[in-house]
Design a protein around this ligand. Structure first.
Ligand SMILES: *[C@@H]1O[C@H](CO)[C@@H](O)[C@H](O)[C@H]1NC(C)=O
Ligand SMILES: *[C@@H]1O[C@H](CO)[C@@H](O)[C@H](O)[C@H]1NC(C)=O
Ligand SMILES: *[C@@H]1O[C@H](CO)[C@@H](O)[C@H](O)[C@H]1NC(C)=O
Ligand SMILES: *[C@@H]1O[C@H](CO)[C@@H](O)[C@H](O)[C@H]1NC(C)=O
Ligand SMILES: *[C@@H]1O[C@H](CO)[C@@H](O)[C@H](O)[C@H]1NC(C)=O
Ligand SMILES: *[C@@H]1O[C@H](CO)[C@@H](O)[C@H](O)[C@H]1NC(C)=O
Ligand SMILES: *[C@@H]1O[C@H](CO)[C@@H](O)[C@H](O)[C@H]1NC(C)=O
Ligand SMILES: *[C@@H]1O[C@H](CO)[C@@H](O)[C@H](O)[C@H]1NC(C)=O
Ligand SMILES: [Ca+2]
Length: 575
């Protein structure tokens, strides 16, 4: 299939707006105070009219997770409710209700262990005309701080799935009351922790959303977080001065690009097929007799890096996979940066959700902690249901994506989930199987597609060469100009993932590919510098051998194998 380079109309032209005349809008307490039934346990906290090109966000110092205000907004009404939830806990949710409404709702997510209403992320979505919603999930904290969760199972459940679901149910009622009609469609677009929220929500509450975009989702928290400790141990436990320092890590990263970039068929400083790279460690190994080790790696350093980039397997259980490794191309930032201790992303979870022990000695991490985490499944937060038929039967569509250079959450975890769902929904076995995926993805093609993004880091950004922008969550508007939204100049369902899911849900037009964009000097006003297709797994984009490689038309999606892609012979927990 040839990828065509299509330029299309502005997003606004894709649907008609239901315009409320600003003058007739009641954006005040009276309009909202009795809008939800008292049985909902929701108390109105604030109602704020925002004028065209206005801004809105948290009062300074009140939201450690999302302190940045949305700016350049269309005229809208901002409302906030506080809800009493399970066991007397509380959470809040906020909504932007634009006067030029597209009759639809969209929710955004949270990140890591963080809690806060993400007004900033909601901002650009109001320009499409969406009524937008976000919840603080019941606590305020930064993404790396889980102290709020210690021995607080109700707070964990709010964060795990309850607060988002309840907010969406109530938010739909607010929309009905404010606009006088139901939203015709409800969407969710989030990355990272928010991607997990989206997956968990459609698994438990398939009626909440018609379409979910879930990027880089940490769906198996009970493994991911202990692994974030485990992956740092080889380097932390080796003697300082002989382990992998920043210089050695740079030598390694340069060599990965040198070897793996051309192996994908095009030398462009992008490792497009990291799983297909046959990496020869000997090329950077110091000669045994060499006195100078400043531009090569010692045997010990190679051993450490080899362990770091190897899957974590359970030796007591037939080498079942515990968690897949980073790709070699990930330049695992979290690894080099943590010379003294593992990532708090790992330790905070083990300490606050699993062992309830903030004095835990991370040196003692072992597989029993993963087993305990599995059995507790804190907050019922693992998004590990593989049967998505309830969501699919309702016509729901799921679009997931993951950067192939993600230095925080290995992209293989998204492949693993996709293959497990494929197995479950084709022959009832949730055993991931590459060959089955290569043979046919027909069981999922109608409602679930995974797009791997060559060179993209965690949710956004790249080494500067790989294009990654497609209006996904957490992809700050080009050149950080929040009033810009969608993909300027390319607001269509190929370039903009939000428009892609809408076309799929509402018209049944499935995304055969997406197109990722990079801007000249990072500035959308200067136009695109590179655009490349992203293909639904297990297809990948292959350069045709002629034509401008920075134009999508020079590429095609093929069902070619990821050469050397590791088999994952595993049974997941929870199956
Ligand atoms: C929108 O607001 C910003 C910041 O207040 C201001 O710099 C800009 O000129 C305004 N744009 C328009 C079109 O009014
Ligand atoms: C963000 O907006 C809120 C409410 O609109 C306001 O109280 C606050 O001062 C703003 N913050 C900044 C940094 O402008
Ligand atoms: C930690 O606390 C949770 C309740 O939040 C409890 O279920 C769990 O068993 C505790 N963990 C340990 C190791 O005691
Ligand atoms: C609006 O949605 C609610 C909840 O799904 C439903 O009960 C109601 O019938 C809908 N109203 C209309 C006018 O469609
Ligand atoms: C590199 O060589 C120096 C001098 O022999 C030695 O002190 C140092 O530990 C070596 N570095 C590594 C990473 O082995
Ligand atoms: C690590 O070394 C083993 C044994 O040589 C090899 O099979 C494996 O492919 C290496 N892993 C990586 C990520 O290079
Ligand atoms: C495994 O980890 C647990 C929890 O930290 C600890 O109690 C236990 O002693 C560890 N086991 C081993 C063999 O280190
Ligand atoms: C659905 O298709 C129609 C006809 O091509 C088009 O006008 C409309 O914008 C599409 N809707 C979406 C959400 O893509
Ligand atoms: Ca390449």
């Amino acid at each position: 299939m040839r990828v065509l380079h299509a330029r299309a109309s502005l997003a606004g032209a894709l649907f008609s707006f239901a315009a409320l005349a600003s003058a007739s809008v009641n954006c005040d307490n009276d309009a909202f105070v009795d809008l939800l039934p008292s049985s909902a346990g929701a108390v109105l906290q604030s109602v704020t009219p925002v004028a065209e090109n206005g801004s809105f966000g948290p009062a300074p110092g009140t939201d450690p997770d999302f302190p940045t205000n949305a700016t350049g907004l269309p005229a809208l009404c901002a409302v906030k409710y506080k809800v009493t939830g399970v066991g007397g806990t509380h959470f809040t949710f906020g909504m932007f209700l634009p006067y030029q409404w597209n009759n639809r709702m969209i929710g955004v997510g949270n990140t890591g262990f963080g809690g806060g209403i993400d007004w900033f992320e909601m901002g650009p979505l109001t320009h499409y005309g969406f009524a937008t919603i976000s919840t603080d999930t019941g606590h305020l904290s930064t993404p790396n701080d889980a102290s709020w969760a210690k021995k607080m199972p109700n707070a964990q459940a709010n964060w795990g799935h309850l607060a988002l679901h309840t907010s969406v149910v109530l938010g739909k009622q607010v929309i009905k009351g404010f606009y006088g009609s139901n939203a015709t469609y409800a969407y969710f677009s989030a990355c990272s922790g928010g991607g997990r929220q989206g997956l968990r929500d459609l698994q438990l509450y398939p009626e909440d959303f018609n379409g979910v975009i879930a990027g880089a989702a940490p769906w198996l928290l009970s493994h991911l977080h202990p692994w974030a400790v485990q992956v740092a141990l080889p380097n932390l436990e080796a003697p300082k001065g002989r382990n992998v320092d920043a210089n050695a890590f740079q030598i390694f990263n340069n060599e990965v690009i040198r070897q793996c970039d051309p192996q994908d068929g095009l030398t462009d400083k992008i490792v497009s097929n990291p799983y297909g790279c046959r990496f020869n460690w000997q090329r950077i190994q110091c000669e045994p007799s060499s006195p100078d080790n400043s531009s090569c790696l010692t045997g010990l350093q190679i051993q450490i890096l080899n362990a770091t980039y190897s899957d974590w397997v359970d030796e007591d259980r037939n080498n079942q996979l515990v968690y897949p490794a980073f790709t070699l191309a990930s330049s695992a930032a979290g690894f080099a940066g943590h010379q003294g201790a593992p990532s708090s992303f790992g330790t905070e979870y083990v300490e606050n959700f699993v062992l309830n022990d903030t004095d835990w000695d991370w040196h003692t991490l072992n597989i029993s902690t993963v087993r305990l985490a599995d059995s507790l499944n804190p907050g019922n937060a693992n998004a590990d249901m593989y049967d998505l038929s309830a969501f699919s039967r309702r016509g729901g569509k799921l679009l997931t994506y993951h950067g192939l250079a993600d230095p925080l959450i290995p992209p293989a975890s998204s492949i693993y989930y996709y293959e497990a769902v494929l197995g479950n929904m084709s022959d009832g076995s949730s055993q991931p199987n590459r060959n089955r995926a290569l043979a046919s993805t027909a069981a999922l093609d109608d409602f679930y597609r995974l797009f791997l993004v060559p060179g993209m880091y965690h949710c956004s950004n790249s080494n500067g060469f790989a294009p990654w922008y497609f209006a996904g969550a957490g992809q700050k508007a080009p050149a950080n100009t929040p009033h810009k939204y969608s993909v300027p100049g390319f607001s269509d369902r190929q370039h903009d993932v939000v428009l892609a899911i809408m076309a799929w849900v509402e018209n049944g037009t499935a995304p055969e590919h997406l197109i990722a964009t990079a801007w000249k000097n990072g500035d959308a006003d200067q136009g695109p510098s590179i655009q490349r297709p992203l293909c639904p797994y297990p297809q990948r984009a292959v350069y045709q051998g002629s034509g401008d490689p920075n134009t999508p038309g020079s590429w095609s999606c093929t069902r070619k194998n990821f050469i050397g892609f590791p088999e994952i012979p595993i049974a997941a927990p929870g199956t």
